[in-house]
Design a protein around this ligand. Structure first.
Ligand code: PA5
Length: 463
């Protein structure tokens, strides 16, 4: 078990120049505000920011592990029905901590894991065509218990199960994770007698991966959730340090704020040099975008704040987006995710000794090539005065991934203080949900429907 390391050398002015890099004076000048931001966030730990304490909820962890134990070997497939914060963490950790081919080989104790975080009829219809619900455990996850996408998935799979198995026998195939008392999913749990877990108060969707939202499906799929939680708890301790340069969350939040406010970089690219960590960038994109992307500041003034998160994968995107990143507008800063030690070492065979463009690869490893490409990308970005930080994972394991989750959650909470926005609401997401209710003809939303339908006439070109 090792600590992840945040290397910010290449974000600093002495390396990329003061137009694009942060000067020591700028960073240290933020120390006071950063310390206050930390105090403000930590003061809410036992009040409304209960997600900070998720790594320590050992009774809940035991309850989840007990359920996973009881279900072991009973299902071929675990199917998560959920969206946004109810899905992205699970998707990211499944990719990071299970084999990329887990779903090919899964059998026996640990089932395949599918996260259906969309309602595209071709996604759900094809699933119904291909998979026998009798072999599935459906974990329906919705904090609010009212999200139309998740409710529809629940209704579809519940009907499929009842038709296949009958009313009584379908019950053990459903497990619901939702609010303790609010929302219609809790009413349904009571009526049907489904197994259920609680999304605790003070844990918003995008901060919920370490609650039963993520823990239940991940434990079912065989992931070492205790290792993840230990990593998060260790990082939580490190993120209590008052000194800006000793606290990785303070440091990352300060860099994000300075990059946008002082260096005019509204785009934040998470560039994963690890296939396994790639979807952590998707999880972080939601965390950053939904938390900081706000029209109003905390005094209700229009500010239209927020960085735009971008996800990239090395080396794949070196052959796609790198041209833009090194020569396009100076509007981005980069966070490289890097892994010190892979689980595998793959040797490239020697061949064609007379062809130098091939032979130099012989007897070298993919590990060496991957590292050279990653370091080469950072060198190219630096030469083009594009600031970057690197998050070094000693290896991809539950402990390091847990550290990353807690680090970024706290950093984003601190960003809320720097940007002076409420990092824990999502009025823009709710607006979309309300418009969808109206368009589906839900009672109580008639005025919204009329408003949408009276909007400007379509302008279309039929081609
Ligand atoms: O982070 C959030 O709050 C959102 O992305 C929600 O997770 C998403 O809208 C799903 O909501 P719910 O879990 O209430 O169904």
């Amino acid at each position: 078990m090792g600590n992840i390391v945040l290397d910010y050398t290449h974000a600093m002015a002495d390396v990329v120049g003061s137009t694009h890099g942060i000067t020591a004076a700028e960073l240290d000048g933020l120390a006071g505000a950063s310390k206050s931001a930390l105090a403000a966030v930590q003061a809410r730990r036992t009040k409304d920011l209960r997600w900070l304490d998720l790594p320590y909820q050992s009774a809940v962890h035991e309850q989840v592990l007990d359920y996973a134990d009881r279900m072991a070997g009973r299902f071929e497939n675990v199917v998560v029905c959920g969206i946004g914060g109810s899905a992205l963490g699970t998707i990211a950790l499944q990719q990071a901590l299970n084999s990329p081919y887990h779903n090919l080989g899964a059998s026996g104790r640990y089932p395949r894991l599918f996260v259906l975080d969309n309602i595209d009829p071709d996604l759900i219809g094809e699933f119904l065509d291909q998979v026998d619900p009798a072999h599935c455990l459906f974990n329906v996850i919705s904090k609010s218990g009212t999200t139309a996408e998740t409710t529809s998935q629940f209704l579809i799979f519940q009907r499929a199960l009842i038709e296949r198995l009958g009313r009584d026998a379908h019950v053990p195939h459903l497990c619901v994770t939702t609010d303790e008392s609010k929302g219609v999913m809790r009413d349904i749990v009571r009526r049907e007698g489904y197994e259920s877990f609680v999304v605790p108060e003070g844990v918003g969707g995008r901060f919920s991966v370490l609650s039963p939202v993520g823990l239940v499906p991940l434990a079912l799929a065989g992931i070492d959730i205790k290792g993840v939680l230990k990593g998060a708890a260790d990082m939580d301790e490190r993120c209590k340090a008052e000194d800006l340069r000793a606290n990785p969350a303070q440091l990352y939040a300060a860099l994000q704020w300075l990059m946008q406010s002082k260096k005019h970089k509204p785009m934040s690219v998470t560039f994963s040099y690890s296939q396994r960590l790639a979807l952590l960038a998707d999880w972080y994109a939601q965390l950053l975008a939904e938390s900081i992307g706000k029209r109003k500041d905390r005094r209700g003034r229009d500010v239209f704040a927020g960085p735009t998160p971008i996800r990239a994968l090395g080396v794949t995107d070196q052959h796609s987006q790198m041209q833009l990143y090194t020569e396009g507008p100076h509007d981005k800063w980069f966070t490289l995710l890097s892994v010190d030690k892979s689980d595998h070492a793959v040797t490239i065979p020697a061949a064609y000794a007379d062809l130098e463009a091939v032979s130099y690869l012989g007897e070298r490893t993919l590990n060496e090539l991957f590292a050279a490409e990653r370091d080469g990308a950072r060198v190219a970005l630096t030469a083009a005065q594009r600031p970057s930080v690197t998050v070094h994972f000693p290896k991809v394991d539950p402990h390091s991934v847990g550290q990353y989750l807690q680090l970024m959650e706290i950093a984003v909470a601190l960003c809320g203080e720097h940007y002076d926005v409420d990092a824990f609401d999502q009025p823009g997401v709710e607006a979309g949900k309300i418009a969808a209710y109206a368009l589906m003809g839900r009672t109580g939303f008639e005025a919204k429907k009329a408003e949408i339908e009276s909007a400007a006439p379509k302008q279309q070109l039929r081609v």
